[in-house]
Write a protein that binds this ligand. Structure first.
Ligand SMILES: [Zn+2]
Length: 400
């Protein structure tokens, strides 16, 4: 049996008046998702525990079969692993965004999608200035890292920058502000402006009328998580295909093979067909592939209804369509489609609402649901369950 789990980041949504009271999933033309829903079984997953923030890291950890309440230590260490920065005991990793600050406000959480080449030069300048405190690591585009020593455990509270766009920076620094560690991190954030503002990369961006990367934002800190490998827990050789660092990092800790797809960008222009082709190829020597596609989430953060629907339709046509064409070469296969969490267009950020899923197996039964969307899944035979039960449920369903 071969398994594919297709995760469309942030696909689930709320009804929109612009769509006559329908959600993007309900409005999109998604014959392949509907096919899985009607030939397979459906249900809803609580991928975000009530006590936790609705991030893609927590949600994807759930989907991969690990209870985030038990294993999640922060987003930073996951992204660190993805670029080969393995944390030592007593080290803490922060996610480091390049952002745009304007008149004291957080104007853009991704500095206009700054390129990795540009980010690389800015990271070098930051390391020259702040080497005493820790080390900045280059990731992809605006998504980078900062690793420093942290003897103490304990809770610093940092804020995801995409949640506070347009808000004053001074209200959203790391807390408690009187904590020595928070003070150091906040100083680095504020003083990064001196290094970045007049950096040639930013002067060049200004000339081209692009937003500058004039500040770093440190958040999502955590120490190394202790997780059993996917193979030892589920007995399957697994792989991931994703353009997003934190999902790759989850893969590193779970000892999944991270399959590099040329052209997988984690943005609208990602190479969908390439991802499907590589997934089919990976199944020759793996049992299960997690495919993660970021584009619907990016469109929802931007509040772009048309782009979100298009991203969903592309996943349907170019990923599911290609998989459903290619999978029959393996006699027995199972495939599931789901978002990690909702990213409602109206809110432009993630929520904790349960997500709809459909799964089909050449050996499994089907239920009465005919369409794949938020409402239809409520009538599915699988009901509502915790997200970290998904994998065991998927395996059980597929082996009946
Ligand atoms: Zn997500």
């Amino acid at each position: 049996m071969k398994y594919v789990v297709v995760i469309g980041d942030g696909m689930a949504d709320y009804p929109l008046k612009e769509l006559n009271g329908k959600t993007p999933l309900e409005s999109a033309q998604i014959p392949n998702m509907d096919h899985l829903a009607s030939k397979g079984v459906n249900g809803r997953l609580k991928t975000i525990p009530s006590s936790m923030e609705p991030g893609s890291d927590v949600a994807n950890m759930s989907i991969m079969g690990y209870n985030p309440e038990k294993f999640y230590t922060g987003r930073g260490p996951l992204e660190a692993a993805s670029i080969g920065a393995i944390l030592e005991d007593g080290e803490v990793a922060f996610r480091c965004n390049f952002i745009n600050e304007e008149e004291g406000l957080l104007a853009d959480f991704n500095a206009d999608h700054i390129s990795t080449e540009e980010a690389s030069e800015l990271i070098a300048a930051l390391n020259q200035k702040f080497y005493r405190y820790g080390k900045f690591y280059l990731g992809t585009s605006y998504r980078n890292l900062f690793v420093c020593k942290d003897g103490k455990k304990g809770s610093l509270k940092s804020t995801p920058p995409h949640d506070v766009v347009g808000e004053p920076i001074s209200d959203n620094l790391v807390k408690p502000e009187e904590d020595e560690r928070a003070r150091i991190v906040n100083n680095i954030m504020c003083q990064s402006q001196d290094v970045l503002k007049n950096h040639p990369i930013n002067m060049h961006r200004e000339e081209k009328d692009k937003k500058t990367a004039n500040m770093v934002w440190l958040w999502g800190q955590g120490v190394k998580p202790e997780m059993e490998s996917f193979y030892s827990k589920y007995g399957l050789k697994g792989a991931t295909i994703t353009g997003v660092d934190l999902i790759k990092g989850l893969g590193v800790y779970l000892k999944l093979t991270n399959i590099m797809v040329p052209g997988a960008t984690g943005y609208y222009d990602t190479d969908y067909c390439g991802k499907a082709k590589y997934a089919l190829k990976a199944l020759q020597d793996h049992d299960l592939v997690f495919m993660h596609i970021e584009a619907p989430d990016e469109a929802a953060h931007a509040g772009d209804i048309k782009e979100k629907i298009q991203a969903i339709e592309r996943i349907d046509r170019r990923i599911l369509g290609k998989l459903l064409d290619g999978l029959p070469e393996y006699d027995e296969y199972a495939i599931a489609i789901l978002p990690d969490h909702p990213t409602p267009i109206a809110l432009k950020t993630h929520t904790k609402d349960p997500v709809p899923y459909a799964m089909f197996s050449t050996k499994g039964e089907s239920d009465s649901v005919a369409r794949y969307d938020e409402k239809s899944s409520e009538k599915g035979s699988q009901g509502l369950m915790d997200g970290f039960r998904f994998i065991e449920n998927f395996l059980r369903y597929s082996s009946i």
